[in-house]
Design a protein around this ligand. Structure first.
Ligand code: NIG
Ligand code: FE
Length: 420
């Protein structure tokens, strides 16, 4: 039997598309398509039609599908669900003690050097069973769903040995198989060098290449491959070796790049046709030139720069140069313990001085691109998956990033089903 959902009297339907775009670049980022006094018709989990209320032929919809459920969204806005293209949300426990160290003045790099940071999370993950890891992660998944996220990329990288990397990737797969949210998995074996490989970094890179990638690929546990290519972590040479090995198995790159230094990570990502390069606090003219004309999405993670008190990336320069920008949460226990994409929009506006239209494009259409979901997610377009949310009564779309601490999401619809 057909299922149908008609949302009527929508005050403003946000991020509509009549003509498909895979991403929005440069000055176009300050433009946002909307329909006021709108309807949205969802059929069998997909967006079937939308338009002005005055053009709604309700009779036709009822003939097409007599079972249609009707929701009145008077005074409220409808957005496509957020796409969060960079998270590490499968982790064990939390690291609020390091947070206190940070408040006392230790840097991210200093904490990592003292065996804290990623290695601390790897230790906790090792001691946690797969079921317990799944349960802890599901709490975060349910949290981000209620905050409006409809698609999420999740990285491994707290295993750092074959067995534990498989544990984390299998948990990601279980989330993919059981949750209504769209999930992409990224293998990040090269997130940090484990203690037992200290001063033998190339040997760990060998292990990632020879022991981990073949198994991860044969079990089809990952869509993408990532490397933390930065000062104090993995070099450009390490990164190139790992990306080449991953690409042999069909794994496309998504890189952690230029968070801590002008590391060459951005150029490496472009060279290997990465889907995205992420963080980018250290971006200069050369990096911008490398990105221009490439297919690689520049993805900024303002939650982590905010939490760590690090300098922000030169986003205005990047947009003026014509680049597309995506924003993601980086949800992880060390540098961004939040998956709240509405807050990420606010940080984009407040910290990066992006316009409301720019941040909305950055958390929908451009972040869908950064996780390989342009065809199906990231906008209100006929034929796309019906992942949308209805806001509470609010005056305008600008109010979403403006009211940075308020919960403004009322109804969540995933694959056409009202789930909250
Ligand atoms: O994206 N930069 C590297 N990795 C994470 C931090 C992970 C952690 O501290 O646990 C990030 O910020
Ligand atoms: Fe990250």
């Amino acid at each position: 039997m057909l299922t149908g959902l008609l949302i009527k009297n929508i005050k403003c339907l946000v991020q509509t598309e009549d003509v498909f775009r895979s991403k929005v670049c440069g000055n176009e980022m300050s433009e946002l398509n909307t329909v006021t006094e709108a309807f949205l018709y969802i059929r069998d989990g997909f967006i079937s039609d939308f338009g002005k209320m005055k053009d709604l032929k309700k009779g036709n919809i009822l003939i097409d599908n007599p079972q249609v459920e009707i929701v009145d969204a008077s005074g409220r806005l409808v957005f496509p669900s957020f796409c969060d293209s960079h998270t590490h949300l499968v982790y064990a426990g939390s690291r609020e003690i390091e947070y206190t160290d940070k408040i006392r003045g230790l840097s991210y790099a200093e904490i990592a050097k003292r065996g804290g940071g990623i290695l601390n999370s790897a230790k906790k993950l090792h001691e946690t069973s797969k079921d317990e890891l799944f349960n802890q992660s599901m709490t975060r998944i349910n949290e981000i769903i209620s905050l409006g996220t409809g698609a999420v990329e999740i990285k491994s990288g707290y295993g750092l040995n074959l067995e534990d990397e498989l544990k984390i990737l299998r948990v990601i797969r279980k989330i993919k198989d059981t949750c209504p949210i769209e999930v992409k998995a990224t293998f990040l074996g090269a997130h940090a060098v484990p203690e037992e490989y200290k001063n033998r970094q190339e040997k760990y890179v060998d292990t990632v290449i020879n022991e981990m990638i073949p198994v991860v690929a044969s079990e089809e546990l990952a869509d993408y491959i990532d490397v933390f290519c930065d000062r104090g972590f993995f070099t450009v040479e390490d990164t190139e070796r790992i990306l080449m090995a991953g690409m042999k198995y069909g794994l496309t790159a998504k890189l952690h790049a230029n968070e801590l230094d002008y590391s060459g990570g951005i150029q490496t990502g472009v060279k290997y046709n990465a889907l995205s390069v992420d963080h980018l606090e250290c971006t200069g003219d050369e990096e911008i030139q490398a990105l221009l004309g490439s297919e690689t999405m520049a993805t900024l993670l303002p939650g982590s720069a905010f939490f760590l008190g690090m300098p922000d990336p030169p986003v205005r320069k990047m947009i003026n140069a014509g680049l597309p920008i995506a924003l993601a949460s980086d949800y992880n226990p060390g540098s961004s313990p939040s998956g709240n994409m509405k807050l990420i929009m606010s940080l984009g506006c407040i910290k990066l001085r992006m316009l409301p239209e720019e941040v909305i494009n950055a958390v929908t259409i451009n972040s869908a691109y950064a996780m390989g979901l342009s065809d199906t997610h990231g906008s209100i377009a006929r034929g796309k998956v019906a992942n949308v949310f209805i806001t509470k009564e609010i005056p305008s779309y600008e109010f979403m990033p403006y009211a940075f601490g308020s919960d403004l999401i009322d109804t969540i619809i995933l694959k056409g089903k009202i789930i909250k």
